[in-house]
Write a protein that binds this ligand. Structure first.
Ligand code: FAD
Ligand code: PYC
Length: 417
């Protein structure tokens, strides 16, 4: 079992040190587990936590090719909201939001969940109609969301430029007050610590190279850089690379992988009170507790496994942010990065069983899976433990691409795909 000391944890919390490779002992896997989870992102680690805590299944390994939280979990812009259009999505993301609210207590680890409100700007008549439709739909689902006039939007977020002559005029916005942000790497660490303390092994630096199936077609285990590991059940939660891992089990996934980029500015004193998203221009912004402005774009327009992304897109995003918030014109960029997101044709995730007995999958979260982390992990753990869908993840099966029962959030997506 892997453990880490309270001291190194405290050091991490105080210094914000990100790379846990140094902190987490490089352990050897056992030869056999009840459950192997491929991918130590928030979803995989969270599933291990809930498997152990809620289902008493602790003979579990979470295996990652890099370090825990080093994938999209540690690269995202931390926006959490549940203002999705369709009933199935609203239920899933609102379930996650319910769990976010108690997560620091549940893990005894401060994930810094901050309900500061997410404001989605409307810049044209189509945006106004679309967001108002979302607001009505959200209200019917018990999800908070309300319409703000341009003046109300500026009162809520003073740096916002609401001049009618602006390049992207603000015609109003949809505000979800229960939405906000959390500290992304703390989410991975909190789940990792809790799972580890309950007996779960976390194996870093260990790429899973194939899923092995037995003569009856069922899962036997995984081939890894540290040898074969036998497992009764395997859950793949390897965002960006799911299709490659699943392909080795003979399951073809309806996924494409794209780079998604973000950046932070130099840190400044608190100036930005909320999260603002502008879906039309593919830019979104918030301010971290360290003072950096956190800014992100839409996905690059080509498939790739590059964790950097192309330059023109990020320039376009920064230009848009400066138009909408002229006050930030002279800020300097501190760093930029990218992650690989995997995207389904209907822009909704896949969580559940597969045609291979003993093989489960959680993927297709595209640009929006951070907010879902507790909900995805919680319902995935249920499905792995019981071998059946959870009420909330039941509509998100792989089977929907065969039957055509799609949940088409594409038009409702927060950022460009
Ligand atoms: P990950 O954290 O990516 O974990 C998957 C893990 O699988 C990785 O650690 C990887 O190393 C591992 N892996 C892959 N292949 C293998 C293999 N063969 N063997 C072993 N391990 C393997 N979502 C939001 O809700 N709000 C946002 O504001 C937001 N902003 C984003 C901004 C950016 C720039 C990016 C890139 C993403 C953003 N997202 C956002 C999306 C969100 O980050 C992801 O959907 C979410 O973090 C996915 O979590 P995960 O645990 O499934 O994946
Ligand atoms: O889904 O809210 C979101 C999001 C914001 C940035 C990337 N994804």
């Amino acid at each position: 079992m892997t453990h880490f000391s309270a001291l190194s944890l405290l050091k991490n919390a105080l210094t914000g040190q990100k790379n846990w490779q140094a902190q987490w002992p490089d352990s050897q896997p056992k030869s056999e587990y009840d459950v192997v989870i491929v991918g130590a992102g928030g979803h995989g680690l969270g599933a291990a936590h809930y498997l152990a805590k809620e289902h008493g299944i602790t003979n579990v390994a979470v295996i990652d090719k890099g370090w825990l939280g080093g994938g999209n979990t540690g690269r995202n812009t931390t926006i959490i909201r549940s203002n999705y259009l369709y009933d199935e999505s609203a239920k899933l993301y609102d379930h996650a939001l319910d769990l976010w609210e108690g997560l620091s207590q549940d893990l005894n680890y401060n994930v810094m969940f901050s309900r500061r409100g997410v404001l989605m700007l409307a810049h044209n008549v189509h945006d106004v109609q679309s967001f108002q439709r979302h607001i009505h739909s959200n209200r019917l689902n018990g999800v908070d969301n309300r319409w703000l006039s341009p003046q109300e939007a500026q009162e809520f977020c003073p740096p916002l430029n609401i001049s009618p002559n602006a390049r992207y005029p603000v015609m109003g916005g949809a505000l979800q007050m229960r939405a906000g942000t959390a500290r992304h790497d703390a989410v991975a660490w909190g789940y990792a610590r809790s799972a580890s303390q309950r007996g779960v092994d976390i194996i870093q630096n260990c790429p899973v190279t194939a899923i092995r199936r037995g003569p009856d077609g069922a899962v036997e285990g995984v081939e890894t850089a540290k040898g074969f590991i036998r497992a009764k059940k395997v859950a793949v939660s390897a965002a960006g690379h799911t299709s490659v891992v699943m392909d080795s089990a003979g399951v073809r996934m309806p996924l494409e992988s794209y780079p998604l980029q973000a950046l932070v500015s130099e840190p400044v004193k608190p100036i930005f009170p909320c999260v603002v998203m502008s879906n039309t221009v593919h830019a979104y912004i918030s301010q971290s507790d360290k003072g950096e402005l956190v800014i992100g774009s839409g996905t690059d327009q080509y498939t790739s496994y590059s964790q950097r992304g192309g330059l023109p897109l990020i320039e376009h995003t920064v230009a848009a942010i400066c138009e909408i918030f002229p006050i930030f014109n002279r800020m300097r960029m501190l760093r930029k990065w990218g992650g690989i997101v995997d995207v389904t044709p209907d822009r909704s995730p896949i969580i559940g069983t597969t045609p291979v007995p003993g093989l489960y999958v959680n993927c297709g979260w595209g640009t929006g899976g951070f907010k879902a982390t507790p909900g995805a992990a919680h319902t995935l753990a249920w499905t792995v433990a019981k071998g059946t869908p959870h009420d909330i993840n039941a509509p998100f099966t792989l089977d929907r691409f065969r039957t055509g029962r799609l949940i088409d959030e594409a038009a409702a997506a927060a950022v460009a795909h």
